[in-house]
Design a protein around this ligand. Structure first.
Ligand code: ADE
Ligand code: ZN
Length: 336
């Protein structure tokens, strides 16, 4: 391990943008397919990895939803999340706010309770055994209807105390945030925090809508906000957290190459950017890999890395006393 990698791993970090279904590694996909007697259209782990070449978000989503089909039982969801927590802990992640897509599972007959109870079991184990705290973000699939999102919010009712926020993901183009204005208002009325993917493939207008119509607490991705100077100024002024995902941006062709990634432009513009892995099993890297790849490609300084790590806690949904404790731990590693 070289000095950069060592520094990145030792920095306490929060992950704020992680789809738990996107952490399904091909090895576990095969194991679960066998355990559940499900056939998958791949002969080997290598063949699965070979299929992970995407030219846009939809290309990826088609494969990602198909892969999630091996998840059947509470134990499957627990094993999936536990594998993520083990990997995240090894990267120096001490807090994770994980998204799950209930509709990906309920639409194929898996009960909402099966999904969430498996995830909650892993979250409890991760806290006691690995010392990682976590929160759940329930994401609505934006290619489905408002009515379907309301139905999901209703199914979540018995577990609302265990869910911190709602999110909005899946195919962005053609499904603007305003489509879910009423569901987000209902979620807010239930005391949930709000986040939405915006400006990944969608235009700056979608970021405005997420802010103004949904009233989000965080923006997931937000890359295309950079096309609008007034929007950048507003995001900076509001201290709005952007959950940026460099390797995802590369694999989904949001950027042509990492050398052209805008992470340092975001920081220079005063944007509260964070580094996250999105769907690490599909995009070739977990949190530390994302820090490292973009640090090397853009020549980020240690001070930039420290800022990104601090942003991950100040942008989290943790209470202020927990945020303060993590910031002290970062300062100790940074030698501040
Ligand atoms: N679901 C999983 N990953 C996603 C992404 N990067 N954008 C939109 N929806 C997603
Ligand atoms: Zn995402």
């Amino acid at each position: 391990m070289d000095a950069l990698e060592d520094f990145i791993r030792r920095l306490p970090k929060a992950e704020l943008h992680l789809h738990i279904e996107g952490s399904l590694e091909p090895e576990l996909m095969f194991a679960l397919a066998e355990r559940n007697g499900i056939s998958i259209p791949y002969a080997s782990v290598e063949e699965v990895r070979g299929a992970y070449a995407f030219s846009n978000l939809q290309d990826f989503l088609d494969i990602y939803y198909a892969g999630a089909g091996v998840l059947q039982t509470e134990a499957d969801f627990r094993d999936l999340a536990m594998a993520y927590f083990e990997r995240a802990a090894a990267d120096g992640v001490v807090h994770a706010e994980i998204m799950f897509d209930p509709q990906t599972h309920t639409d194929r007959g898996i009960a909402f309770g099966t999904v969430i109870e498996g995830l909650l079991a892993a979250m409890a184990e991760a806290e006691t055994r690995l010392g990682i705290t976590s929160r759940l973000i329930m994401s609505f699939l934006r290619h489905l209807s408002e009515e379907a999102a309301f139905e999901t919010l209703g199914q979540a009712e018995p577990w609302l105390a265990r869910i911190t926020a709602v999110g909005l993901d899946s195919s962005e183009l053609g499904h603007p945030p305003a489509k879910f204005a009423r569901v987000f208002a209902a979620a807010r009325a239930k005391g949930l925090k709000l986040t939405a993917h915006a400006g990944e493939e969608g235009p700056p207008d979608y970021v405005y809508e997420a802010l103004e119509v949904l009233g989000v607490d965080r923006i997931d991705h937000g890359n295309r906000a950079l096309e609008d100077e007034a929007l950048v100024a507003r995001l900076a002024q509001d201290g709005m957290t952007l959950t940026v995902c460099p390797l995802s941006n590369l694999k989904l062709c949001v950027v042509g190459d990492l050398a052209g990634h805008p992470i340092d432009r975001m920081l220079a513009a005063g944007l509260k950017a964070t580094i996250n892995s999105d769907d690490p099993a599909y995009f070739g890297g977990y949190v530390a890999d994302n820090y490292r790849a973009v640090a090397e490609a853009r020549g980020l300084s240690r001070a930039d890395l420290v800022t990104l790590a601090k942003n991950s806690f100040t942008g989290s949904f943790l209470p202020p006393e927990d945020v303060a404790r993590h910031l002290v731990a970062i300062a100790a590693v940074a030698g501040e």
